[in-house]
Design a protein around this ligand. Structure first.
Ligand SMILES: NCc1[nH]cc(CCC(=O)O)c1CC(=O)O
Ligand SMILES: [Mg+2]
Length: 330
């Protein structure tokens, strides 16, 4: 029997394989999430996230310089706020002299070309560990939106380039857009976490910021009334289309690797840039296996990030950004 069509023909040599390669991963694809804390010359490791640290502003700025010189063009900022600054209004989030605002100014000063994308959500500032204001035992959508607008305007004043609302309230993209326009921030963009699922893969992140929902019978014990149910995919398309209509510039899907079917479907549907968040739990799993010698760390990182891009991501938020950039540059 004669086989006319042989797919192996184009896999014979590295040069041939390079010629037919469809997806190319570069440092332009990465956004590095960064954890910041008070103090100076401080750096604390985060358990369950080997290689990732919480740093004071001075060391954060130094890290941003290094990231930019490696080719990484965006950072996504998260603050570890002390318990005494947390309440049910989230007002520390729009303190002109808050940790986030000071971090943004310091990075802008030192690395002006870096695209600064602060997380917009109340959980690090909430005494309850929720992304919203709680009224009568429930997350109050519209009151939360008003807080997110104040937070966004304050972060834009500090010099942020792109707001990254990760809260999943309804209508917040339109509200933030309007707030930015009214205050003259017409060039400040919105990267909307449009399809963000209630996921167990956020565990290590919540330890990093001490931001998990508190044990308290008067408040919801998880985030399922605002983040999406992982059984659903059509609902994700609906969430995405609404955020596009409300004026989002970039659409985020989160988590990443277990949710690449969603990324692919959204890619077929919209032409706006898509961001995918390779979240803390995904990073932790890979690192745990690599530390046990069960996976080749470097190969697994490059493969998983390339697969996220292949599914349709234009940019990837990943804790492996720096490591991957070093690998790609070498
Ligand atoms: N607004 C909260 C927020 N922003 C980013 C993450 C998770 C990121 C990660 O796990 O890497 C979370 C956690 C959550 O929703 O509880
Ligand atoms: Mg929505």
């Amino acid at each position: 029997m004669i086989i006319n069509s042989r797919n192996r023909r184009l896999r014979t040599t590295p040069a041939l394989r390079a010629l037919v390669q469809e997806t190319v991963l570069t440092t332009n694809d990465f956004v590095m999430p960064i954890f910041v804390m008070e103090g100076s010359q401080k750096q604390e490791p985060i358990s369950a996230m080997p290689g990732i640290f919480r740093r004071s502003i001075d060391l954060t700025v130094q890290e941003c310089r290094e990231l930019f010189s490696l080719g990484i063009k965006g950072v996504n900022l998260y603050m570890k706020v002390s318990e005494d600054l947390k309440d049910n209004t989230g007002k520390e989030a729009w303190n002109k002299n808050g940790l986030m605002q000071n971090t943004i100014k310091a990075i802008k000063d030192a690395v002006p070309e870096m695209v600064i994308m602060p997380d917009v959500a109340l959980d690090p500032y909430s005494m309850y560990g929720h992304d919203g204001i709680i009224n009568n035992g429930k997350i109050d959508n519209d009151a939360t939106n008003e807080a997110l607008v104040k937070m966004s305007v304050s972060l834009a004043e500090a010099g942020a380039d792109i707001m990254a609302p990760s809260d999943m309230m309804d209508g917040r993209v339109a509200a933030i857009r309007q707030g930015l326009e009214e205050n003259g921030f017409t060039d400040v963009g919105i990267l909307s976490y449009a399809a963000k699922y209630a996921s167990s893969f956020y565990g290590p992140f919540r330890t990093a910021l001490d931001s998990a929902p508190k044990e308290n019978q008067d408040i919801p014990k998880d985030k399922k009334t605002y983040q999406m149910d992982f059984h659903n995919s059509r609902e994700a398309l609906d969430e995405v289309l609404k955020d596009v209509a409300e004026g989002a510039d970039i659409i985020m899907i989160k988590p990443g690797i277990p949710y690449l079917d969603i990324v692919s479907k959204v890619r077929d549907m919209i032409d706006l840039p898509i961001a995918v968040y390779n979240v803390s739990g995904e990073y932790a799993m890979l690192k745990a296996a690599a530390q046990n010698g069960w996976l080749d760390n470097d190969k697994a990182i490059i493969e998983s990030l390339t697969c996220i891009k292949r599914a349709g991501a234009d940019m990837i938020f990943t804790y492996a950004a720096k490591e991957a950039a070093i690998l790609l540059n070498s």
